[in-house]
Design a protein around this ligand. Structure first.
Ligand SMILES: [Zn+2]
Length: 139
């Protein structure tokens, strides 16, 4: 569609419907590929959210200022597009998201999630270490 508001795109679930602005300055060129993958991943993220919640319970930690699911989503889609388009700077870096919103997560994502994304280790092990690194003791 032409315009979808400040975010430039959104996805509803049940059923999954992706809406992307074709005129948003942030959705042009290769960035459009990242937006499309980002929104598509929103439709497939329930398993990750369940795993994060379960791991928080097991480790007795919480993620108070943190949308870990969304940070993983930004990281995964951004790095995927960067891998395929040389010189591309992912949305989260381009817009200062790692500094502004989730400074506590980029290190653990590089350390804990990237190896899984690169085909090393299991999903469960990646979620376990990620939650361990960003979680805070539950009260
Ligand atoms: Zn999103």
């Amino acid at each position: 569609v032409s315009n979808v508001g400040w975010a430039g795109a959104y996805t509803t679930d049940g059923p999954v419907r992706i809406t992307i602005s074709s005129t948003d300055a942030g959705n042009q060129g290769v960035a459009a590929v990242e937006v499309l993958f980002h929104e598509a991943l929103h439709g497939m993220i329930a398993n990750l959210q369940r795993a994060i919640s379960e791991e928080c319970r097991k480790q007795n930690v919480r993620l108070p200022r943190h949308d870990l699911r969304h940070a993983v989503l930004f990281y995964t889609t951004g790095e995927f597009v960067r891998r395929h388009f040389s010189g591309y700077v992912p949305y989260a870096y381009r817009n200062g998201l790692w500094n502004r919103a989730w400074p506590m997560s980029i290190g653990p994502l590089e350390r804990d999630w990237k190896p899984y994304r690169d085909g090393k280790g299991s999903f469960a092990a990646a979620v376990k270490t990620l939650v361990s690194d960003v979680g805070e003791p539950a009260r």
